[in-house]
Design a protein around this ligand. Structure first.
Ligand SMILES: Cc1cc2nc3c(=O)[nH]c(=O)nc-3n(C[C@H](O)[C@H](O)[C@H](O)COP(=O)(O)OP(=O)(O)OC[C@H]3O[C@@H](n4cnc5c(N)ncnc54)[C@H](O)[C@@H]3O)c2cc1C
Length: 404
């Protein structure tokens, strides 16, 4: 295993770190000020400072860093991009500033790998230019969606069209006024083999029959200006060229999409945990109770040490997963990818919880710590709940014994 950063990665890391430190973090309050806090998601607008920062980052070449294909992105592999994702995880704004935020990243990867030339021209090009955004509509309220074979919404071939029906929810980013298309996953052939029934289809947001029912709150917050939408699809009719790679290939595409996306999520979670630990330590040395800094009271030093050790372990495990993905591919890296998907969000949750605790009542009102807690909690479900990933690790561990 080689975790040495390449020269190219180190160069980009330095530039990204400087930009996040000097331009992104100082502009977080401006972004918050410019954001109109309204539950009426149709009124959501993008804070102008975001587009200004995007233009600056793009001008410096700090753009689409997640894409390993040099034709489309920075040409960094997972090992090289992982530490950059960690840096961007320190700011809620940074991933989008570098055009590296989910779910666009996963959707772009799908289009690069499986999209037709026409699909790339129409959807990938503006996505990679940061002009539009996108969503991924898989989860359904009616079925246990942690098992993706349960998905019941349909995308059937009728003559020369694909006809889409069903109800989806948790489609992240669909409330963003710039969201122009969704990648929809549904059943095309219910009689096919279990992993050959589903397809992925590009659905323009303005296609007749697509209705956003509401934005689903995360711990009471709608997450403006992006949101997580519940969407009804009613007889949405599209030409057959809206299938990605053709009917029945949904699972094959989903497998390819999830490996890198999980590394990105986990490294961002580690960056976020570093930020939370920083906040914890700053508070621990600055505030005094019972005649001592909080750091010197009770078990607070142990808490700090445990957080540091947990973050460093999570980082090493995630880098190992990135290395495995680069060297043996998704199927060879299944255990590592599932393992980090459990470890990193739980570490983030634990560190943020400790940071909130040391801030006392103020911790419950701190926008940054609140955001990080929501992020940690949601990540334990999004892209598969902890339990599903534990089940994967256990299955592959036991296979060694059952094969004997
Ligand atoms: C903030 C947020 C953003 C999201 N963004 C998207 C998105 O953009 N697009 C999208 O399609 N989806 C998205 N999701 C949905 C997410 O992927 C699903 O919530 C998740 O896969 C679980 O599906 P479910 O909610 O139907 O839970 P269920 O499948 O009903 O599972 C509920 C619980 O059952 C238990 N469970 C399930 N399987 C097992 C098992 N094998 N062993 C033990 N226990 C088990 C777990 O405790 C699990 O949490 C998002 C979710 C959140 C919270």
């Amino acid at each position: 295993m080689d975790f040495e950063h390449s020269e190219r990665a180190r160069l980009v890391m330095d530039q990204v770190e400087r930009f996040v430190h000097e331009r992104v973090v100082p502009n977080e309050p401006t972004y918050r000020d410019q954001l109109q806090h309204t539950d009426e998601w149709r009124k959501w607008r993008i804070p102008p400072v975001l587009e200004e920062l995007k233009a600056e980052a793009r001008g410096l070449g700090l753009w689409n860093l997640f894409l390993p294909d040099e034709q489309y992105g920075a040409g960094l592999d997972n090992r090289e991009y992982a530490p950059i994702a960690e840096i961007t995880g320190r700011s809620f704004l940074a991933p989008e500033v570098f055009n590296c935020s989910a779910p666009d990243t996963g959707n772009a990867e799908v289009l690069v790998k499986y999209g037709s030339e026409d699909q790339k021209r129409k959807w990938l090009t503006p996505l990679l230019a940061g002009e539009i955004r996108s969503g991924f509509a898989m989860t359904e309220p009616g079925v246990a969606s942690s098992d993706a074979t349960n998905m019941e919404a349909t995308c059937e071939v009728v003559d020369d069209e694909v006809v889409i029906n069903g109800l989806k929810w948790w489609t992240s980013g669909a409330g963003d006024p710039r969201c122009r298309f969704l990648i929809f996953m549904g059943v095309t052939d219910p009689d096919a083999a279990r992993h050959g029934r589903h397809s992925m289809v590009i659905v323009p947001m303005d296609a007749p029959g697509v209705t956003i029912v509401r934005m689903v709150p995360v711990l009471g917050h709608l997450g403006e200006p992006h949101g997580h939408a519940e969407i009804r699809f009613e007889d949405v009719r599209l030409p057959l060229d809206h299938f990605i790679a053709g009917p029945g290939r949904g699972f094959e595409i989903a497998q390819g999409r999830l490996g890198p996306g999980r590394i990105h999520h986990c490294m961002r979670a580690i960056g976020a945990a570093e930020r939370a630990l920083e906040r914890l330590c700053e508070r621990a040395v600055a505030r005094v109770a019972f005649g001592k800094p909080l750091a010197n009271l009770g078990g607070n030093r142990d808490i700090i040490a445990d957080c540091r050790m947990a973050i460093d372990q999570a980082r090493l495990l995630t880098l190992k997963a990135a290395w495995a993905l680069d060297t043996v591919g998704t199927f060879g890296a299944l255990v590592d990818i599932s393992a980090i998907k459990v470890v990193a969000p739980n570490v983030l949750q634990r560190v943020v919880d400790a940071a909130i605790q040391i801030h006392g009542g103020e911790g419950m009102a701190d926008p940054e710590l609140n955001y990080l807690m929501g992020m940690a909690r949601a990540l334990r479900l999004a892209d598969g709940p902890d339990e599903v990933h534990r089940a994967m690790v256990a299955r592959l561990e036991l296979e060694k014994y059952l094969k004997r």
